[in-house]
Design a protein around this ligand. Structure first.
Ligand SMILES: [Zn+2]
Length: 264
């Protein structure tokens, strides 16, 4: 598949169009064309990875990526406070408009190529999952992150980095909770949500996990969804998850020192 990159005069809009109408990524924003092209390539792979888990029809095309040049442009595009710099990507949904994935301008420097791919795929997974207010936070975010890392060569402990020892030192009583505020890195909470989904996919299978997620989207509590679709109590799964965390490989010293930044 070849792709063409077209920039309007002044660089106000960068449109990236595939050969086929069915596979199109549109990139907007006043950024360097090479950066836009790199993000576009990452998004194309992210669409494929997301489709492999969620199904081909779940990602509506074109996927729209917006790349603000400045933090103030990013805050304006997302509605987030400019201080919330720990969030590299956001999916913005506005009434009457197609959803747009907005990437923080510092994400390019702050993240490795794998990290950028993770952020973009996480957001594309949100596009596939759709607007979601009923499912538990950790399940929605954990599954978006699960989509991003599914099939990765790295072991979970290495991807989690410093979040894993923290989680082991202070294991949650319940399932992971959303970050309380924007003043701390959100990654430890996201990593916990992701690790919960890695465990659940391993324990009950991906299909069953997605069915349980669908049940929560339809209004079921997680506890009810566990009994109805997974045939076991959530409390038992939680106990097994904490035990599973203990058995995970420790991240390397280098990875443990890394404070990862990720999307929302
Ligand atoms: Zn997210």
């Amino acid at each position: 598949m070849s792709w063409t990159l077209a920039a309007t005069a002044g660089g106000a809009t960068l449109g990236v169009t595939g050969c086929s109408d069915r596979r199109t990524v549109v990139v907007t924003g006043q950024v360097d064309p090479s950066r836009a092209a790199a993000y576009r390539a990452v998004a194309v792979r992210g669409v494929e990875r997301t489709r492999q888990l969620w199904g081909r029809d779940r990602v509506s095309l074109p996927v729209r990526l917006h790349l603000p040049r400045s933090v103030s442009q990013w805050a304006e595009a997302t509605g987030n406070p400019a201080s919330a710099s720990g969030y590299a990507g956001s999916t913005v949904r506005r009434p009457g408009r197609e959803p747009v994935v907005v990437l923080h301008p510092s994400a390019w420097q702050a993240l490795t190529p794998e990290g950028r791919a993770g952020v973009v795929t996480h957001e594309i997974a949100h596009l596939a999952m759709g607007p979601d207010r009923a499912a538990p936070w950790w399940l929605t975010e954990g599954l978006a992150e699960y989509t991003a890392h599914r099939g990765a060569d790295d072991r979970p402990g290495r991807i989690a980095g410093s979040a894993l020892p923290r989680l082991r030192a202070d294991p949650p009583d319940g399932w992971p909770r959303a970050p309380a505020d924007a003043s701390h890195s959100p990654w430890p909470r996201y990593a916990a949500a992701w690790l919960a989904c890695v465990f659940l996919a391993d324990e009950v299978g991906e299909r069953a996990l997605l069915q349980a997620y669908a049940a929560t989207r339809a209004g079921s509590s997680w506890e009810r969804a566990c009994r109805s679709t997974l045939d076991r109590p959530a409390s038992r799964l939680h106990r097994h998850w904490l035990r599973w965390l203990e058995d995970l490989d420790e991240p390397t010293t280098e990875a443990a020192a890394t404070e990862r930044q990720d999307g929302v």
